[in-house]
Ligand binder design. Structure first.
Ligand SMILES: [Ca+2]
Ligand SMILES: [Ca+2]
Length: 310
């Protein structure tokens, strides 16, 4: 009871919605003292003052209702086509990534910003590591000891950075080189054994930190953390997915392997607000695009959506 009360107190401090908050106490072994660190360094940042207090959505275990609440907060799912719709959201679930880009260590960093219907989503990936990998077997092909270690949220493909557990997402007007900003970003993690092993740090267009937000732990299960602002202020997101990179010689702390182990974590769905050109908060281009294609909002007619698309 003490732990649950403390968790609700922490939720109130964070401004987590009740829908999301209801899921947080399901996180096993997430003690209240650690949970207080879920919202780390935003308070001291001028960026936060300029951007207002965000809504934070965090859950572990059964994360579905929290993700639905986050989707509702971000707005309608836009089709995967070039240009900004000025509002709503985009998603990446990796699941329709073609076979030739799956289970390789050089998944294209600009795959989801290419000016192609189905791919254009305004997200460019970077990493201090050597590349990116999309897997259709939760990375068992990379290391057989991972069997049963990781799970997908959306079947069946998942994602990691190669050679480093850190990566970043930069936003662009989808399918263009025009820098953009979003109302927020959320990501699903799998096998967060310890609080602090998975997090997102958001930055505004001037490079100011808006805060670091930790994913609750759920060993062997799924975790989610998502943040949303009222305005499109998030230009870049740094993601920490585990304490070490996955690889043939890298083992999770829950494995039976002798030798050094680390809390390894993988990623699944990315959800984020529609990228809007920086300095164009009034959705001029997006509004014109949306109004020119009014039937393209919501469930896309081309059959490529966040659930069934890439
Ligand atoms: Ca997936
Ligand atoms: Ca782990």
């Amino acid at each position: 009871m003490k732990k649950i009360l403390a968790m609700f107190a922490f939720c109130a401090v964070l401004g987590v919605t009740m829908a999301a908050c209801g899921k947080v106490p399901m996180a096993p072994a997430t003690d209240a003292k650690s949970a207080a660190n879920l919202y780390q360094d935003a308070a001291a940042r001028g960026g936060l003052e300029a951007s207002g207090r965000p809504e934070v959505f965090a859950a572990a275990g059964d994360i579905r209702s929290t993700i639905e609440a986050y989707r509702t907060a971000l707005g309608t799912l836009n089709p995967n086509q070039p240009g900004s719709f000025g509002a709503g959201r985009r998603e990446i679930n990796w699941d329709a990534v073609p076979a030739q880009f799956t289970n390789i260590d050089n998944f294209p960093a600009d795959f989801f910003n290419q000016p192609v219907v189905g791919r254009a989503r305004g997200a460019l990936f970077t990493t201090p590591g050597t590349g990116f990998r999309v897997s259709d077997d939760n990375f068992v092909g990379l290391n057989p000891t991972y069997r049963g270690e990781f799970n997908f949220f959306s079947p069946v493909r998942t994602f990691i950075a190669v050679g480093d557990p850190s990566s970043a997402v930069e936003f662009f007007v989808p399918g263009t080189q025009t820098p953009a900003a979003s109302t927020g970003f959320g990501v699903v993690f799998s096998d967060v054994d310890h609080l602090g092993s998975a997090s997102i740090r958001l930055f505004d267009a001037e490079g100011r930190s808006l805060g670091t937000f930790l994913a609750p732990a759920d060993p062997g299960g799924l975790s989610f953390v998502g943040v949303r602002y009222a305005a499109s202020v998030v230009a870049r997101v740094e993601i920490l997915s585990g304490k070490a990179a996955l690889g043939p010689d890298s083992f999770d702390i829950s494995s039976d392997t002798n030798g050094p182990t680390h809390d390894l974590v993988i990623m699944d769905d990315f959800l984020y607000g529609e990228p809007i050109a920086i300095g164009a908060q009034a959705p001029s281009s997006g509004a014109s695009l949306a109004s020119a294609n009014p039937t393209r909002r919501g469930a896309p007619s081309d059959g490529v959506s966040g659930d069934t698309g890439f």
